[in-house]
Ligand binder design. Sequence first.
Ligand code: NAD
Length: 444
Amino acid sequence: MHMAVIGGGYVGLVTATCFAEFGIEVRVVETHPERLATLQSGQIPIYEPGLQSMAAANVAAGRLSFGNSVNDAVAGAAAAFIAVGTPPDEDTGRADLTKVIEACLQIVHAATDYIVITTKSTVPVGTGKKLAKLAREARPDLDFDIASNPEFLREGSAICDFMRPDRVVIGLEASKPGGTSRAEEIMRRLYRPLYLIEAPILFTDLESAELIKYAANAFLAMKISFINEMADLCEKTGANVHAIARGVGLDGRIGTKFLHAGPGFGGSCFPKDTLALSHIARDAGVPSRLVDATIQINTERKNSMAERILEAIGHTRQRGCTIAILGLAFKPNTDDMRDAPSIPILHRLHEEGLTIKAFDPVSMSAAKPLLPADVIFGRDAIETATGADALVVLTEWNEFRALDPRTLRSIMHGNTIVDLRNIWDPQAMAKHGFRYQSVGRPTP
Ligand code: NAD
């Protein structure tokens, strides 16, 4: 049995590599010429811990291959997974399904036998049904099923999330004439290793699977916006947001995850998926006030964090004042810059005429085209902070946590630190002579 994966991005590469690791032959189709050339040269074009070595081992074992021919990948395949992008439409903000539809039709035309066409991409409710209709019109002779298998991986721990998932969700057409037992059987075979470790595998209808993905992301985003509001309240009342997050999160009904106050959520999923869900709900005539508020709080958050930095450096502010930025990616362990809070924040600081020197362990080349042209990129954290009037932490990479405050104090020109990820202890930083501000914690 072999399978095809259409799209060699974060989701496609992780999906393909992990299924190959399960022992299945996987053929990946990637249309971006540079990305494909990188893949065919044995390199993985994204930063994801563990992916490079796992992919290389599976390529060497003959189970994983990359090409640009849908025909080669799909002919004879038991399943084809669509893992192409679904970015927001620039005019409407709704998920743009152009690439998903294109990939589905390519699969349908290339299929030689029964196939399960599966969307891994995050798609609005109703997309599966729409794809089924388009596919039936394009190839009335083809025997196929449509499945929705949304992906919940987190960049930075994607392999572990795929191999040891909290759950796998598989949606199938509820009322397909003749049933969907063949599709169910193929999906069970593909995910067999996860059955063996007793990962919960939830079979449901297409619409529910599609909505589960958006609902899960919106809920997590809402938790982040909620704790960010609590952080603001802590700052006004003298409470500490770390204590609040722990005290609230230890309640098993709530959970400790996604309760970290910071500069707002970013990345390739939460901003676009909350926006898409807002549109889905509005279009269905039941606008989601919670999702809308989550989006609004997050947008305002990025602006208010930029103003917070400007206020913190107010006393030294002058044209030419140098500010060191540690971290650009939307979170550690990824080079993904999509919707990273660093983008609006750095543009706002730039507007004020500050000299910006920035460092991120892996995302600098992805960040460069998205940031003001005269941002200077540092070699490492120490070189970046040297001579700076102020320092701002935007991503909580472990290597920043380990920086010695005494060294930082000796190399910086000024003593202002705005730590938007709460990676250091306020008392310790004050003891070393810093004017240290963090998020939702009392300033010493
Ligand atoms: P991506 O942009 O990194 O990758 C998509 C890839 O598909 C690109 O390399 C592109 O060149 C390729 N492609 C586009 N059309 C193609 C076609 N017709 N044939 C072959 N290749 C084609 O996107 P991503 O981050 O992997 O996300 C993919 C989907 O998964 C999105 O819907 C996203 O919302 C969802 N998702 C992403 C994540 C994440 O953390 N990145 C997590 C869960 C779900």
